[in-house]
Ligand binder design. Structure first.
Ligand code: SAH
Length: 195
């Protein structure tokens, strides 16, 4: 490890990633066994989901070693610290979305038994706040690490997952909830709140 301040940024990235996975682990344990009545995911969705998981590996490598120092970008320290705010907000939003979705959450596109349409909590403002959290996390890691490869790979994977899934997910929700979901769509943005 080179510059002592780099170590601080690595620890900060590590902390952000640990809070993220702690949230996912907690909720996965809680709702993992809920019964599903239909699955709407194809190979593309599964692959994009895996790609996002794999894109966390370079982040972990960045925390413990320095194979990617060639991809360092010089940005001011304050901007890197803004990445910590983004990363921690991402974990907070991630927890909030999981809490709001409860047993209706699934990693892949599925409808659970007695699935309820959630329109409260963060879902009051946007239809896909969990994906907003993924984007915030990618931006946080990119800024904190100031490494285009480490942050860029994660952001690229999240963008791919979002593009592959979002239309299919909305079609699935429309198919199951019909007019209620249509009305909900009319009042909310996808990842940004409507002005
Ligand atoms: N796209 C959402 C949820 C991601 S988890 C977000 O970004 O916050 C994916 C699962 O959540 C889907 O399989 C779907 O079953 C469920 N889901 C998505 N939106 C929902 C909603 N408003 N209410 C209930 N379940 C929802």
């Amino acid at each position: 490890m080179s510059n002592p301040s780099e170590v601080v940024f690595r620890v900060a990235v590590g902390m952000v990633v640990v809070t993220w996975f702690a949230v996912r682990g907690h909720f996965q344990k809680k709702v993992g066994s809920s019964k599903k009545i239909s699955s709407h995911h194809g190979r593309r969705e599964k692959r994009s989901y895996m790609l996002v998981s794999v894109s966390f590996l370079p982040i972990l490598l960045y925390v413990f070693t320095s194979p990617f120092s060639f991809a360092h970008i010089a940005i001011p320290s304050w901007l890197r610290w803004a990445g910590l705010i983004s990363g921690l907000s991402a974990s907070g939003l991630f927890a909030w979305t999981h809490f709001a979705l409860g047993k209706n959450w699934s990693g892949l596109l599925e409808i659970a038994k007695d699935h309820e349409l959630v329109t409260g909590g963060p879902y009051r403002f946007v239809r896909h706040p969990m994906y907003s959290a993924f984007f915030l996390m990618g931006i946080g890691v990119l800024l904190l690490s100031s490494n285009w490869l480490v942050g860029g790979l994660n952001l690229a994977a999240v963008t791919a997952m979002y593009l592959v899934r979002v239309a299919d997910e909305e079609a699935m929700m429309l198919g199951h909830f019909g007019q209620s979901y249509q009305t909900y769509m009319d009042h909310t943005g996808r990842v940004f709140p409507r002005l």
